[in-house]
Design a protein around this ligand. Structure first.
Ligand code: R5P
Length: 266
């Protein structure tokens, strides 16, 4: 047993139920100052007490998070692309490299490291070998690796594609997978023998986001890695508490909604 690896996994995933509420704020690595993340420090302050894990880049971690923070960090270590070059047709978002070495991840006391894979795109091989390089480093130093099944512009977020990408990530050694929820999600979880968390995706009405979290957990997800549907909500602290209630406390959508609705009405 790799004690460090096991300990880090149990810091990311609550040992009492194997689930996590991971707060994702890494979007700036290719989107720049996304709405809600302009002053990351202010955004994070009311949310961190309710998060099990924080997904973030090293630059943002150093600049916006006090070292006294006790929440485990899932460090985003892939990037090198931007929405600007993608929109200009100069490059594509799938053209990622590894952007942080494992020594710096250790220096930052990362509990996990994460990179995107773009299966079915021109950069499939490059991003899959990014993942395998990371798994080699993670195994060497006892740091779990989470694969993010990113989706190219033309790719459908359906069971066929997402379970293909998720299973490939596991076969290549990923210790966790982050993907999108889709119809038939329980089949994806069944074929993916590591903890699977779902991304929230673009901002939708709060109740819809709670519904998404409930359906994902019911289908076997180990929780969420949610960003925009929390920090872009008009009631972000209520949203993360409600999501937490769904992930850890078995709240129904109606029960969780009762935590959010009054805060939205203020
Ligand atoms: C993409 O920018 C990142 O990997 C995010 O961490 C991921 O998409 C989850 O955030 P959201 O819930 O906003 O989709």
């Amino acid at each position: 047993m790799n004690w460090g690896m096991e300990n880090r996994l149990r810091r990311i995933l609550d040992p009492s139920d194997g689930r996590t509420v991971m707060l994702a704020v890494d979007h700036g690595y290719f989107l720049g100052p996304l709405t809600g993340l302009e002053r990351l420090d202010r955004t994070l302050e009311p949310l961190l007490p309710h998060a099990d894990c924080l997904m973030i880049t090293r630059g943002a971690l150093r600049r916006a998070v006090p070292p006294a923070m006790r929440i485990p960090v899932m460090l985003r270590v892939s990037g090198g692309t931007s929405i600007a070059s993608d929109e200009a047709g100069v490059s594509s978002l799938s053209n990622e490299a590894l952007t942080c070495d494992v020594e710096d991840a250790i220096r930052l006391n990362a509990a996990g490291i994460t990179a995107s894979i773009f299966v079915g795109t021109e950069h499939e091989r490059q991003t899959l070998t990014n993942l395998t390089a990371l798994v080699d480093a993670g195994e060497r130093w006892g740091i779990p690796v989470m694969a993010v099944t990113a989706v190219g512009r033309q790719m459908a977020r359906d069971l066929r594609y997402l379970s293909l990408a998720s299973r490939i990530a596991v076969e290549l050694g990923a210790h966790m997978v982050k993907t999108y929820f889709c119809d038939g999600f329980e089949k994806l979880v069944e074929a993916c023998p590591v903890p699977v968390v779902i991304a929230g995706g673009k901002k939708v009405p709060e109740r819809d986001a709670l519904e998404l979290a409930r359906r994902a957990v019911d289908a076997g997800a180990a929780g969420v890695d949610m960003g925009r549907n929390i920090f872009q909500s008009a009631a972000p602290a209520a949203m993360i508490r409600a999501v937490r209630g769904i992930v850890h406390d078995g709240l129904t959508v109606d029960e969780a909604w009762q935590l959010v609705e009054p805060e939205l009405a203020r």
